[in-house]
Design a protein around this ligand. Structure first.
Ligand SMILES: Cc1cc2nc3c(=O)[nH]c(=O)nc-3n(C[C@H](O)[C@H](O)[C@H](O)COP(=O)(O)OP(=O)(O)OC[C@H]3O[C@@H](n4cnc5c(N)ncnc54)[C@H](O)[C@@H]3O)c2cc1C
Length: 456
């Protein structure tokens, strides 16, 4: 996560949600390292450090780098207003809201490649600037510059990891919910949201009807409107998903190692590997056979976690992922988790071997120190998170996505609200922002008291 350091803009919100029980560990001065073939580029925390480092790599591009950083700032300032507009009531949204959306189109309606090609023609610089595109799941030719700017801006002051692991984000938030009279249910699959006379009546969970007046759905716009609601509800809310696709999916190798991160000299930073500087072409060429040869994202959760060695002494973990197309696995979609075909297991094994090759070239010291391996596919994402195409980040972050009028917390059905990454943007931060916007539509003017309590 970005922006959760002591002064970070999301820190107060996390402190509020978790009663200050969630702690964050900085990933250090360098939060991302990009490899393009054998060439290495470090992303330094802090805008001025970031700028300085880029200028060292690209001394002939100093002006372009300044223009780029200015543009990121401008786009994000306007982006914040664009997202805030999502809580406007229809009448304000049609007038002032229209103006806000129109102004943001300068960024949101253009692809990252279109915007960046106006700043520089240096292919290597373009590749380095776009190397974090895996964070929003779309290459420069297809992604909206608005998504690029938001995600790059999010990490500009550095990366942070929740102490105790990513599960602590949920665990510590659940503690607060329980303390305040809430209740959280897991393995409780909602089959249907029941609507009568244009009003929410309740939900059905595995055949059991639970009456309620209000439903806030974060299961994604596609799930909400194609799985949980009828076609008439979809029509009522003017949901038209034909111009926007699910984001791409992924394959991931999870490794457990027999020595500590320190003993193996593993870094805290993430690694983005591309085999050449043309990111769009690289992604177009990816197949099931060559994915890790072309692209890999590698992270070291145990190295980032202060508590890991206390709880799991003399071990380390690595996650290494690449692009994975749902279509490659579609023929196995009707089999169940851990009971799939032998051929499916073989595919996973092949991926494991080719990803290990990639890892051994970058981190040869892990060879001979592997304890456990496991591979996830887009079917795993579907199994665990219920994204129908195993998509990694909900709806894809194209220019079209930013023009969809129904990606707002309030719907035309009374009592039905939407939240989560689809309403704003990918990431824990995007989902939190959606949550805030949705809460504001419920609390209305009472939100001032909430902000006061949060010290905002
Ligand atoms: C491999 C991977 C790595 C990532 N790394 C990062 C990162 O480092 N930093 C970052 O900020 N973001 C990261 N993200 C993105 C981040 O996880 C998402 O953007 C964020 O979790 C979205 O939150 P959400 O609430 O919108 O949806 P989700 O977190 O997907 O929550 C939706 C929940 O609804 C449940 N659900 C679905 N259907 C039903 C149903 N019918 N009934 C009941 N429950 C249902 C799902 O099981 C799921 O738990 C990563 C994502 C992936 C896949």
């Amino acid at each position: 996560m970005g922006n959760v350091g002591e002064e970070g803009s999301l820190r107060k919100l996390f402190d509020f949600l978790t009663g200050k029980k969630l702690e964050w560990e900085s990933m250090g001065e360098t939060y991302d390292v990009v490899y393009i073939g054998n060439d290495k580029y470090e992303f330094k925390a802090g805008k001025e450090n970031f700028r300085k480092q880029l200028k060292i790599y690209f001394p002939n591009e100093t002006k372009s780098i300044d223009v780029y950083l200015k543009l990121i700032d401008r786009a994000n300032r306007m982006g914040n207003v664009f997202f805030f507009e999502k809580i406007f009531k229809p009448i304000l949204s049609q007038s002032l809201g229209w103006l806000i959306r129109k102004r943001y189109e300068v960024y949101s309606n253009k692809t990252t490649a279109e915007v960046l090609s106006k700043i520089t023609s240096n292919k290597r610089l373009l590749a380095v600037l776009c190397a974090q595109c895996g964070n929003y799941g779309l290459t420069p030719k297809h992604s909206s510059f608005a998504a690029h700017a938001m995600v790059v801006g999010h990490f500009m002051e550095g990366g942070y990891y929740p102490t105790g692991g990513a599960s602590q984000i949920a665990n510590k938030t659940i503690d607060t919910l329980n303390e305040n009279g809430g209740a959280v249910y897991i393995n409780a699959k909602v089959d249907e949201i029941i609507i009568e006379k244009n009003r929410v009546q309740g939900v059905k969970i595995e055949g059991t009807f639970i009456p309620c007046k209000s439903v806030i759905s974060n299961v994604g716009i596609t799930n909400t409107f194609t799985k949980l609601l009828s076609e008439s509800a979809r029509k009522k809310c003017n949901i038209d998903l034909k111009n926007v696709s699910p984001s791409s999916a992924h394959l991931c190798l999870y490794l457990a190692l027999t020595k500590s991160d320190a003993a193996l000299n593993l870094p805290k930073h993430n690694v983005w590997y591309f085999d050449n500087e043309n990111i769009d072409a690289t992604f177009d060429e990816i197949t099931l056979k060559n994915a890790p040869e072309k692209f890999a994202y590698i992270s070291f959760p145990s190295a980032k976690d202060l508590l890991w060695q206390e709880e799991h002494p003399n071990t380390a973990i690595i996650q290494a992922l690449s692009v994975g197309n749902y279509e490659w696995f579609k023929q196995y979609e009707n089999s169940s988790w851990m009971k799939r075909d032998e051929a499916y297991v073989e595919i996973k094994k092949d991926f494991e071997n080719s990803m290990l090759e990639r890892l051994y070239t970058l981190f040869p010291q892990i060879k001979g120190n592997i304890l456990i391996t496991e591979v996830s596919t887009p079917l795993s994402t579907k199994h665990f998170s219920n994204y129908q195409h195993g998509e990694i980040y909900g709806l894809e972050h194209t220019p079209t996505r930013f023009s969809l009028p129904f990606l707002r917390p309030e719907t035309k059905i009374k009592g039905l609200r939407l939240t989560g990454q689809d309403i704003t943007l990918v990431g824990v931060a995007g989902a939190m922002l959606s949550g805030m916007l949705c809460a504001i539509t419920i609390l209305k003017f009472r939100v001032a008291a909430l902000f006061k309590e949060m010290g905002q």
